[in-house]
Structures are given as structure tokens and as C-alpha cells.
Design a protein around this ligand. Structure first.
Ligand SMILES: Cc1cc2nc3c(=O)[nH]c(=O)nc-3n(C[C@H](O)[C@H](O)[C@H](O)COP(=O)(O)OP(=O)(O)OC[C@H]3O[C@@H](n4cnc5c(N)ncnc54)[C@H](O)[C@@H]3O)c2cc1C
Length: 466
């Protein structure tokens, strides 16, 4: 029976849900409500660094939504939900009735309640508009090498930092916690990152907070730290974290903790209403607690699982893996799962900026931290293999002791425990993942792999698009 599926949001959770619904259900009506054009925030840093234009951040256009038979309300905001009557109200006053609803409204920066946050050149960096604003500010003021102070040294802040580093901007980081990346790295790994940043000319101040931002001459601002230290900046990026966009759901009756609580089918507490991505607090690997994992892979997985279930399938989700991978001005950092679990093997080589921590519970790996340089291909492969071992929750049996004694020989454990086989067999929604249905202006991949890479992979273009 044809239904009306309504999806609120235009990020990866929403677009993956749309494509998944259409894989199973070509008859129903889909309406998408979003206050921003469909895009991937993850691509914003490439725009900042000058590697791509704004259009390449977009993940859908008119033609794409027409092909998928999606009725778009963009830009439009959902302002109220009546879960019992199954009605959604938009900011235009329009009401939409639905059979199933997906809430994929993502998260927003939390802001910082200090004087000076309203000055020109002081802003968060989370949306298309934020990105446009910072690039325009730098261009209009003809700043060749702007001085940028980051307030907050978390995962997303560091991704943006890396993009600005590529442009040669002059960077300083202020973090209230005792070390950078406090929710991604332990103290020894973070110390190594700080020494790396120092060697790259990035100034770091930890264990202190910003009290005030004062306007100086021209674009100059003084960022005043606890204790009186003053840092000069043209641009200040407020990167103090995000919170799920749930305010508009006041009075809806949905069960909300930090985010909207969802079960292993991405169902909320209300019948036929689903939630996905940054706004959802759901099942995770290696814990019984529901958590928000505000990362792209979780948004994509949630979107696919919710989409399949909205289209009448019965798909359950094993849970998301906490996962942060970031290039810190040339130093690669990755952390997964419960990287703070007490039983761990650690390798710490500060002089070469190599850090590796593998955490266990029983005979399973439950978390990991890696630091190393991109030129160390072995390290990058190991990161991928450890992620696979974690995602498949593979019992290591006797290979646990081997790994504890040989933490650089992950490949042998990966092969012996047949992790690749498990990964290949795994189907999140019961069928293989499809390539995304959108390419900018219908383009095809043009990159050819380098000689070292070519013996292992072929691009889709070389395979004749198969
Ligand atoms: C600069 C940057 C870099 C990042 N890099 C990475 C990375 O390298 N790796 C990684 O894993 N993650 C990264 N992330 C995080 C990742 O982008 C998010 O986890 C992901 O976008 C979440 O997807 P989503 O669909 O849940 O929400 P979003 O992508 O936030 O999309 C939600 C959409 O809904 C809209 N919306 C909100 N409320 C309403 C409403 N009431 N009515 C209508 N529309 C509404 C929002 O405006 C937004 O467009 C990055 C984020 C940023 C900002």
C-alpha cells in the first residue's frame, strides 16, 4: 500500500534514508523538509582549504530528487510535531500528514556565553553559511595569512584546523581540558599531538578558558584567557561542541534524553516515527548504554536502517562504533570504541610520533588509539584492520596473546580470525550497499590510481562503471 514518508533534514542520515526507501518502495510518496540544501558537512573542510568549490559539498540537486520522486520543501523548517495525529507543522504554516516520519535534524553548535562572541570574525564553523562567512571575511579584509584562534580542541575543530593549516593560516588552539582532543585521545597520545603541533608552528594553550574577546584595530581581536594572557586574532572559531536539534520537538511526547532515544530499528518511542544521525541516541557497540555518536558513518548507517524499516523491511542495527579519524597537520590520529578500557597494550615512541594502544575486554578488542604519519602506510592499513576487528566484534581466542606480544603485527591476527570474510558477508540492510545516486553535474570519477595502488584497486571508471 502506498504511504507518505516524511523526512526532516538534508544531511547524510536523510539522503541515505531517501535512497534506501526507494530501493524497496517505488510507489510511496516521499517529502523532504530541510532548512539547508542537501549536503555533507564532512566536505566543508575541503571547501575551506580551497580544494573544492562550494557546489561539491552538495549531495543532491533538483534532477536527483526528481529521479527519486521526492517532493522537496527546501528551505523550510519543521516547527512542531503532533506524534499522535501524525502531523508535522512547517514554519510556513503548512501541515503535512504522514504515515512514517524520519527525524534527521542533526546537531548545532552550543555557543559560548562570553563577551565578544558577536564581534565580526567570531563564529562557529558547522554549516554552509558559517563556511561562506569565514571565507568572505578573510577575502573582504584581504587577509593573506589570517591569525585564527580556535576555542575548543575537539575532533571537528581539529578537522577545520587541518584545512586552515593547508592554506598557511596562522593557528592557535585554546582548550579548557588539560589536553587536546579530550574525548578522542588519552593524555600521552594528546601530548604527542601537542608536540607535533608545536613543531608545525601551531600554538596550543590547554587547561585554560577564554574569558572575553575584545575588538582591537582593524580586524584584530584580543582573546583574553584566564589569568590575563592575551592572544591576537583576525578570526576566532568557537568549536566548543554541538547539541542535538530537538528543541522544536517540545511537547511532542517523544522520549528524549540527550538525543532522541531510538531502538535497534531506529524507532523512537512513538509509533511509525524514526530518528537517525546526530540527533539520535541509539545502540552502540561495546556498551549497553544508548549514546549519540555524532559522526558521518553513524548517520549513514542510521539513515539506511531507518529507511529500510520505513519501507516495510525488518532490519536491526548492531550498534554504532565510536570512531574519529583526523589528519592533524600531517599527523594521522584515529581512535575507536572504548579506548579508555583498563586492559591495554601501549606503544609510545614520542621522538618518532608513534603511539598505539589496543584495549581488550576478555578475548575481544574493544577500543584502540593510533598516531602516526601518513607516509607510514603500514599504520594506515593497521587502522583499517583494527576497525574491522572491532566492527565484527571478533573473539580473538589465542590471537589475543599474540597481539599483545606483537602489536605491530595486526595483519596476521586479521587474517587468522577471518575478519575480512566476516566484513564481506555483512549486509546492514540485507543487500549490498549501492553507490550513492548523486554525482555533481552527473560526473564520473576521473582519478586514476597511482602505480602502487593500481595493482590492488580499480576505479569504477576503469571498470566501465560496473
Ligand atoms: C566541518 C565538519 C567536518 C566534519 N568532518 C567529519 C569527518 O571527517 N568524519 C565524520 O565522521 N564526521 C564529520 N563531521 C560530522 C558529520 O558531518 C555529522 O556527524 C553528520 O553531518 C550528521 O549527519 P545528520 O544527517 O545526522 O545531520 P546534519 O548533517 O547536521 O543534517 C541535518 C540537517 O537538518 C537540518 N535541520 C535541522 N533542524 C531542522 C528543522 N527543524 N527543520 C528542517 N531542517 C532542519 C539542518 O540544518 C541540517 O541541514 C563533520 C562535521 C563538520 C561540521
Amino acid at each position: 500500500m502506498a504511504k507518505h514518508h516524511v523526512i526532516v533534514g538534508g544531511g547524510p542520515a536523510a539522503t541515505n534514508a531517501v535512497e534506501t526507501i526507494r530501493q524497496f518502495d517505488t510507489q510511496s510518496t516521499i517529502t523532504l523538509v530541510s532548512d539547508e540544501p542537501a549536503h555533507s558537512r564532512m566536505a566543508l573542510p575541503y571547501w575551506i582549504s580551497g580544494q573544492i568549490p562550494r557546489e561539491h559539498v552538495l549531495t543532491g540537486d533538483e534532477d536527483y530528487f526528481r529521479r527519486l520522486q521526492v517532493q522537496c520543501r527546501v528551505p523550510a523548517r519543521a516547527t512542531r510535531l503532533d506524534a499522535q495525529a501524525k502531523q508535522l507543522t512547517l514554519d510556513s504554516g503548512e501541515t503535512l500528514s504522514f504515515d512514517t516520519l524520519l527525524i534527521a535534524t542533526g546537531s548545532s553548535p552550543v555557543g559560548l556565553p562570553i563577551p565578544g562572541v558577536d564581534l565580526a570574525g567570531v563564529q562557529p564553523l558547522w554549516t554552509l553559511d558559517h563556511t561562506q562567512a569565514v571565507l568572505q571575511y578573510v577575502e573582504q579584509n584581504q587577509l593573506q595569512q589570517p591569525r585564527v584562534v580556535f576555542i575548543g580542541a575537539g575532533f571537528i575543530g581539529f578537522i577545520v584546523l587541518g584545512a586552515m593549516f593547508k592554506r598557511g593560516w596562522k593557528l592557535t588552539v585554546v582548550e579548557r581540558e588539560p589536553h587536546v582532543l579530550p574525548r578522542m585521545l588519552d593524555a600521552p597520545a594528546a601530548q604527542m599531538v601537542q608536540s607535533w603541533l608545536h613543531s608545525r608552528g601551531v600554538e596550543v594553550h590547554c587547561g585554560t578558558s577564554v574569558q572575553e574577546i575584545r575588538q582591537g584595530q582593524g580586524t584584530t581581536k584580543q582573546v583574553v584567557l584566564e589569568g590575563g594572557t592575551q592572544l591576537e586574532a583576525d578570526v576566532v572559531i568557537v568549536a566548543t561542541g554541538v547539541k542535538p536539534n530537538v528543541d522544536w520537538l517540545d511537547g511532542s511526547g517523544l522520549e528524549i534524553d540527550q538525543g532522541i532515544l531510538i531502538d535497534d530499528h531506529c524507532r523512537t518511542s512513538a509509533a511509525d516515527i524514526y530518528a537517525a544521525g546526530d540527533v539520535a541516541q541509539g545502540p552502540v557497540l561495546f556498551s549497553q548504554q544508548k549514546e549519540i555518536h555524532a559522526i558521518q558513518p553513524t548517520a549513514v548507517d542510521h539513515g539506511r536502517v531507518a529507511g529500510a524499516n520505513m519501507a516495510g523491511q525488518d532490519v536491526s542495527y548492531p550498534g554504532s562504533l565510536a570512531m574519529n579519524v583526523v589528519d592533524i597537520c600531517g599527523l594521522q590520529a584515529a581512535s575507536f570504541g572504548r579506548w579508555d578500557a583498563p586492559e591495554a597494550t601501549t606503544i609510545n615512541n614520542p621522538s618518532r610520533h608513534i603511539y598505539r594502544k589496543l584495549c581488550y575486554e576478555g578475548d575481544r578488542l574493544v577500543g584502540a588509539i593510533f598516531l602516526g604519519q601518513a607516509s607510514d602506510l603500514g599504520m594506515l592499513n593497521d587502522v583499517g584492520m583494527v576497525k574491522g576487528i572491532l566492527q565484527t566484534q571478533t573473539p580473538l581466542g589465542p590471537w589475543k596473546q599474540f597481539l599483545q606480544e606483537n602489536p605491530f603485527d595486526i595483519r596476521r591476527v586479521f587474517v587468522a580470525c577471518q575478519v575480512a570474510d566476516k566484513l564481506c558477508r555483512f549486509r546492514l540492510i540485507g543487500r549490498p550497499a549501492q553507490p550513492r545516486g548523486y554525482r555533481y553535474q552527473g560526473g564520473q570519477p576521473t582519478a586514476t590510481p597511482g602505480p602502487g595502488h593500481a595493482s590492488y584497486v580499480q576505479t569504477k571508471a576503469q571498470q566501465g562503471g560496473s
